[in-house]
Design a protein around this ligand. Structure first.
Ligand code: PEP
Ligand code: MN
Length: 337
């Protein structure tokens, strides 16, 4: 259950409630919000009377949480979570576009694309230094050199950097250079990694595993939230179905569904979902129309020569055009770009 504290509740009252929760053998997780703090009391199947804490000073109300995922659920926090990436908010009125190459290939390539996506209105730069590749003989990313390139491009452009950590051991190093830690689809249920990115304290972009259910995605997010890191963005990047005309199947129904069950921002990645350049623009528009809070898009100065994922990557010009076309769609659903 969730114990919602009054906006004016003092630190002492909050800690008193935490102690009382722990006294009965439950885990207390304090979640600090912009307007009020809430305490999640989790982890035990025993019945504990919910009004037990109502009498404590500073408590406003008790909310029982029925879903398996507690901290991620909308019941827990009826207000949309806004994840702050430096100065930019994800989950607010503005659609957050994160764009850049699939992989960091060189300083020039990364800087060039960063400048272009920034000029077109992207809020952050994406780019993999460590790449999760199906084929062990294909390009695995520039690794540490890639992180250094990202850091330099970040310094030169002021764009925040979103990049993936493939393992818990890499988290510290990646967190030194990145503003957002990406957990890739293949790692969605790597629970050790989820805890590590949570503890790193930076915002996390959690991609849905292509064979994972939505509940499994939300429970994966729960692992991160449970560390006390509330800055989690969910990413719909397509799931595997029998369909083979696209690389994966982009379930936009899931985007609308997620907005009804969780307060976390939802980002859509049409690049990996479709695998087809010509489908990126229509699916980006559809994603914004059905409630996505942001887009993750692959952009490269010369997709034909891209080391990874060229066929699904937009040119800088195509990205410019898409940003123009997205603006009225965003406006039609009460958002901006
Ligand atoms: C990526 O975004 O770079 C990536 C590898 O995507 P996914 O984990 O969704 O396959
Ligand atoms: Mn890619």
């Amino acid at each position: 259950m969730i114990i919602v504290m009054k906006p004016e509740a003092s630190e002492e009252q909050i800690h008193h409630v935490i102690e009382r929760v722990e006294e009965v053998g439950l885990e207390a997780i304090l979640l600090r919000g912009e307007k009020r703090n809430v305490i999640a009391a989790i982890g035990d199947r025993r019945e504990v009377a919910t009004d037990r804490w109502l009498a404590s000073p500073g408590v406003e109300r008790i909310v029982p949480i029925l879903s398996k995922y507690k901290l991620a659920s909308l019941e827990m926090s009826p207000h949309a979570t806004r994840v702050r990436i430096n100065g930019q908010l994800v989950g607010g009125e503005r659609i957050a576009v994160i764009a850049g190459p699939c992989a960091v290939e060189s300083f020039q390539q990364t800087l060039q694309v960063a400048r272009r996506v920034k000029a077109a209105g992207a809020v952050a730069l994406r780019g993999g230094a460590y790449k999760p590749r199906t084929n062990p003989y294909s390009f695995q990313g520039l690794e540490e050199e890639g992180l250094e390139i990202l850091a330099e491009v970040r310094r030169l452009t002021g764009l925040s950097v979103v990049t993936e950590a493939l393992s818990a051991q890499q988290v510290e190093k990646v967190a030194e250079h990145a503003d957002v830690l990406q957990v890739g689809a293949r790692n969605m249920q790597n629970f050790v990694l989820l805890k590590a990115v949570g503890e790193a304290g930076k915002p996390v972009l959690l991609k849905r595993g292509f064979s994972a259910t939505v509940e499994e995605l939300l429970l994966a997010a729960e692992y991160i939230l449970k560390t006390g890191n509330g800055n989690v963005m969910l990413c719909c990047r397509g799931i595997r179905t029998f369909e083979d005309h696209t690389r994966f199947t982009l379930s936009l129904g899931t985007v609308a569904y997620l907005k009804q069950v969780t307060h976390l921002p939802v980002i859509v990645d049409p690049s990996h979902a479709t695998g087809v350049r010509s489908l990126i623009a229509p699916m980006s528009k559809a994603a914004v129309a059905c409630g996505a809070d942001g887009l993750l898009l692959e952009v490269h100065p010369d997709p034909e020569t891209a080391a990874v994922d060229g066929p699904q990557t937009l040119t800088c010009e195509e990205f410019d055009q898409l940003m123009k076309e997205l603006a009225p769609v965003a406006e039609a659903v009460g958002r901006s770009l």
